[in-house]
Design a protein around this ligand. Structure first.
Ligand code: AHR
Length: 502
């Protein structure tokens, strides 16, 4: 019998709410159709944003939303997306399908979306093909409260008050689609561009995100930090607040990727093994960051993570539309447990992407909308946002899978909120067997106040527009409360949340 030991007296650190963030790019049907349909659409909307999607995102407690890219960010010229919509410049979205981008969703629309969702803002600036002046003026346009050319322009476009920019990315994937730079070149560019991202409101400091590595490119991390911090006496607060990391799970590798819905048991384990690799990446990049930032003042910002499969047959390959099965629920559960456990370093993350692209939480078709298995996992995990990670460890659960793709059977993380409620999130990675487990806390007398599970007897199960509820959060009844422990039986291939209180 497996055991989960929880020491609720040992608070390890705060799980920042922003670790549960999302990413929306001008890519395929993420922004257009998925989120923004325009004021004149027949689909019910508020100021152009789909009501059904916004409602679902509010239930998810989305803490922060990154925009406008991704690769799109380093080709985006923000001035094309302001002012009278009929006059906005049309451009080719070269990265994503070569379609026409009419710029009808721009800065004002993004800010309106975040207002409706109730989340923080994370704008990704253009370093790859934009100028320092352009980046600087965008920040002035959004945040300056006073008389200035950009603040006046904002007012002329209908928004007198400045907005809050919580996070600002200085370029995206500048080792690749953002300019194919070397770490040293980018490190110098980072120093220059970030200088002009001004904090006009001293009480609302814009947090700056430096472009970090792709997967295990430790050379990039070392080179960027070494250059960025050369000749700096000590760490100037506000110079760099976060370093990003991007990691996608491709079951069959970058070129082939693999089907979202058609996979065998071996590929299930291979995929989960690759999801677990996030732990190694955070640890190794974190060790390099420790050399430059031993006090951990710079957060790691994993602002692109999730599964990336071969797109759905019959869809535009440039749109990255894919289905989302129980396997994706496990990828989400595993990854979020990793982030929780590394709460000392991982301070923001963004699942890629929010709607209709990659490991989306929502899929839409016309006026229909479905919540994916990933949505339900993020919904169950929302209690971790802002809670304190507490010490926990699993023993006796063993391993599952086969050969190279052997994985731990159970992963977990546990947190405690301000009201003393303890949230336990557990994943059973095994396709074959349930797992009996004793949950033992330091103190006795805890009672279960909520228990939910996402599971299915078919690992390929997913939600479609015809059958939207194949996988949802179900009441979890497989537990028994004892004087000094709680025993549970975790179904095979499942993600479970238990909330307990004394
Ligand atoms: O999320 C899709 C793409 O993946 C992003 O545009 C880019 O940053 C990454 O390569």
């Amino acid at each position: 019998m497996a055991k989960l030991f929880i020491n609720e007296e040992n608070m390890i650190g705060r799980i920042e709410p922003e670790v549960y963030g999302h990413f929306s790019e001008h890519l395929g049907r993420c922004i257009y159709e998925g989120i923004y349909v325009g004021e004149n659409s027949d689909i019910p909307n508020t100021n152009g944003m789909r009501n059904d999607v916004v409602e679902a995102l509010k239930e998810l407690k989305v803490p922060v939303l990154r925009w406008p890219g991704g690769c799109f960010a380093d080709e985006y010229h923000w001035m094309d997306g302001i002012g009278d919509k009929s006059c906005r410049k049309k451009m080719v979205n070269t990265h994503w399908g070569g379609v026409v981008e009419d710029n009808s969703f721009g800065t004002h629309e993004y800010m309106e979306l975040c207002r409706q969702i109730g989340c923080k803002t994370y704008i990704n600036g253009n370093l790859g093909s934009g100028t320092v002046q352009e980046m600087s003026e965008w920040v002035e346009y959004m945040t300056f409260n006073g008389v200035s050319p950009m603040a006046d322009l904002r007012a002329a476009n209908g928004h007198k008050e400045p907005w809050t920019v919580d996070f600002f990315g200085i370029g995206n994937e500048n080792w690749g689609c953002g300019g194919n730079m070397t770490p040293e070149y980018y490190g110098n560019e980072y120093r220059r561009y970030q200088t002009y991202v001004r904090n006009y409101d001293k009480k609302k400091q814009i947090k700056k995100v430096c472009c970090g590595a792709n997967i295990d490119d430790y050379y990039w991390t070392e080179g960027v930090l070494n250059t960025a911090f050369a000749n700096t006496e000590d760490f100037v607060h506000g110079f760099m607040d976060y370093l990003s990391l991007h990691y996608y799970v491709h079951p069959e590798g970058w070129k082939i990727k693999g089907s979202a819905t058609d996979f065998n048991d071996a590929v299930w384990y291979k995929t989960l093994y690759k999801a677990l690799y996030m732990d190694t990446l955070v640890t190794q990049h974190g060790a390099i960051m420790d050399k430059y930032d031993p006090d951990k003042k710079i957060g790691m910002c994993v602002d692109e993570w999730g599964s990336w499969y071969t797109c759905e047959p019959g869809t535009n390959p440039g749109f990255l539309y894919q289905q989302n099965t129980l396997r994706d629920a496990l990828i989400a559960g595993i990854t979020l447990n990793v982030f929780n456990k590394h709460c000392d370093r991982v301070k923001i993350a963004a699942l890629a992407q929010m709607v209709n692209v990659l490991q989306a939480v929502i899929l839409t078709e016309g006026d229909k909308m479905v919540k994916t298995p990933t949505y339900h996992v993020m919904h169950m995990y929302r209690y971790h946002q802002g809670a304190s990670l507490i010490e926990s460890a699993v023993t006796g659960a063993g391993e599952t899978g086969a050969g190279k793709w052997t994985v731990p059977k159970i992963t977990e993380s546990v947190s405690k909120d301000g009201e003393g409620i303890i949230t336990i999130t557990l994943n059973n990675l095994s396709i074959e067997t349930a797992e009996g487990m004793e949950i033992k806390l330091a103190d006795n007398g805890y009672k279960v106040i909520e228990a939910k599970v996402v599971t299915n007897t078919d690992i390929h199960a997913h939600n479609t527009f015809e059958a939207p509820e194949q996988i949802t959060e179900q009441e979890f009844t497989g537990y028994t409360e004892h004087e000094d422990h709680i025993s549970v039986k975790l179904p095979a291939s499942s993600v479970t949340v238990l909330r307990v209180k004394k």
